[in-house]
Design a protein around this ligand. Structure first.
Ligand code: 5AD
Ligand code: SF4
Length: 435
């Protein structure tokens, strides 16, 4: 038997890419590849890329440049670009960086085995189709290897919302939901292999319609699986938070009290220009309803500053909204022009204003994150332990609220779900005592 070929995958961007990378590794596993964690001795390097902001996309080209010496040393090394940059730029990537052998979009990576063979034969292999067949029906099932306690599971892809800044509807395509049966089979398999927490993924996950009862229906079915202790989902659009999903936050014990619900901006004028199809007030009232169902829910969000046309007063409205909501954690970005999206054509806000606004917003969000963490001190939470900490005897896991919690104990193991009293709030994590 020939020695296994080595596959190095580097993943950029969102959690869905993390999931896709796992599935790509499995697809190539059937072709005799095993994963390696260094590019140096790889037979195939795959960059699973992100196109959401300009910086993310440019990283791909600088990374490819770094692989040049490896290719010079080993002419059999194959280099592939997958993910959203592959989808958006296709053959352009090979034109700009001829050492790339393979380009595969997020909807066609089940065809990787054929593409790999083509690349091995010395041809350029390119596939950025949105194929008729469902990739999930064609992907090999996961090998029976044990898994860590947490896993991502993609249930929905693509988006029909067309926010004016966003490339997702172009790179990931129209909104598609996986049928619930396939999701349930995959979830049961994960649980059998040691997973205790599943995060359901989708660009617009709460628009999920692969179950008659929508995302809430799927969550209730998943909650029936013995051994699955925790369910989370991300990312959601405010307009798709239906009554059943809000109620599930109050009633389904396995659904964790954490919700990532991006609003992007606080000014109605900007929200309209962004094509968000909701107002600031509508968002605030929605948060009230969700908090009525689950008062201790920790909220997370995404914000864009410096969207075309955003004035200082508009930006102030974002700060006001943040003040009113009180986020437990959040991500904020400077607006980045994405070719082909409507906002790219509009008059842009200056870089200095963008930087200034980002700093002010991040200062406020950091204060809120800090306050949310500090408020945990003295409280009892449940922690699902994932890995050893940096110091000896330390274990790290996540609370219900997705806070990282460190404990020092020789009695907890990876995969344990244990009550912990929080005793300290550090810069990006909490420390506690196992009860
Ligand atoms: N510029 C800046 N941020 C963006 N996002 C999406 N597109 C852009 C863009 N063009 C942010 C949004 C989204 C998150 C995933 O990335 O806040 O919710
Ligand atoms: Fe992009 Fe999210 Fe808007 Fe869809 S809802 S277009 S993924 S920002």
């Amino acid at each position: 038997m020939s020695a296994p070929k080595k596959l190095f995958i580097k993943t950029y961007g969102c959690q869905m890419n993390v999931y896709d990378s796992e599935r790509m590794a499995e697809a190539l596993g059937g072709e005799g590849y095993v994963q390696t964690d260094t590019a140096d001795d790889a037979d195939m390097i795959l960059l699973n890329t992100c196109h959401i902001r300009e910086k993310a996309a440019e990283k791909v080209y600088s990374e490819l440049g770094r692989f040049k010496p490896l290719k010079a040393e080993n002419p059999d090394l194959k280099i592939g670009v997958a993910g959203c940059v592959a989808q958006a730029e296709g053959a352009e990537i090979i034109a700009r960086q001829p050492m790339v052998d393979l380009v595969v979009g997020p909807q066609s990576y089940h065809r990787l085995p054929e593409l790999e063979r083509k690349a091995r034969e010395g041809e350029k292999a390119l596939d950025t189709d949105f194929p008729e067949e469902d990739k999930f029906d064609h992907l090999k099932t996961r090998p029976q290897a044990r898994r860590g306690p947490t896993a991502f599971l993609t249930v929905q892809e693509g988006c029909d919302k067309f926010c004016a800044f966003c490339v997702v509807p172009y790179t990931r395509g129209a909104e598609v939901s996986r049928p619930a049966e396939g999701v349930m089979t995959e979830a049961r398999d994960l649980v059998e292999r040691g997973v205790r927490e599943i995060t359901l993924l989708g660009q617009n996950v709460n628009a999920y319609h692969g179950h008659d009862g929508g995302l809430a229906g799927l969550i209730w079915d998943l909650a029936e699986i013995d051994g699955l202790e925790r369910i989370r989902f991300t990312t959601s659009h405010p307009n798709d938070m239906d009554e059943a999903l809000i109620a599930a936050h109050g009633e389904c014990e396995k659904l964790m009290p954490y919700l990532h619900l991006p609003v992007q901006a606080g000014s109605d004028k900007v929200l309209k220009a962004m094509n968000r199809k909701h107002t600031a007030e509508g968002y605030l009232r929605l948060i009230e309803r969700i908090r009525a169902a689950r008062p201790d829910l920790l909220l997370s969000g995404d914000f864009i500053v410096g969207f075309p046309g955003e004035t200082e007063a508009d930006f102030q409205a974002t700060l006001d909204l943040v003040e009113e909501v009180g986020y437990g954690q959040a991500y904020s970005f400077k607006y980045s022009t994405r070719p082909g999206t409507p906002a790219a054509e509009r008059a842009q806000v200056g870089e200095a204003e963008k930087n200034d606004r980002l700093q002010r917003l991040q200062a406020l969000l950091n204060d809120q994150q800090r306050a949310a963490q500090d408020a945990m001190v003295g409280r009892e939470v449940k922690v699902l332990f994932e890995k050893p900490g940096r110091q000896s005897g330390q274990m790290v896991g996540k609370s219900e609220y997705l806070h990282a919690v460190h404990v020092t104990s020789d009695k907890v193991e990876r995969g344990d779900l244990r009550p912990v009293r929080i005793v300290q709030s550090n810069s990006n994590s909490l420390a506690g005592d196992v009860l």
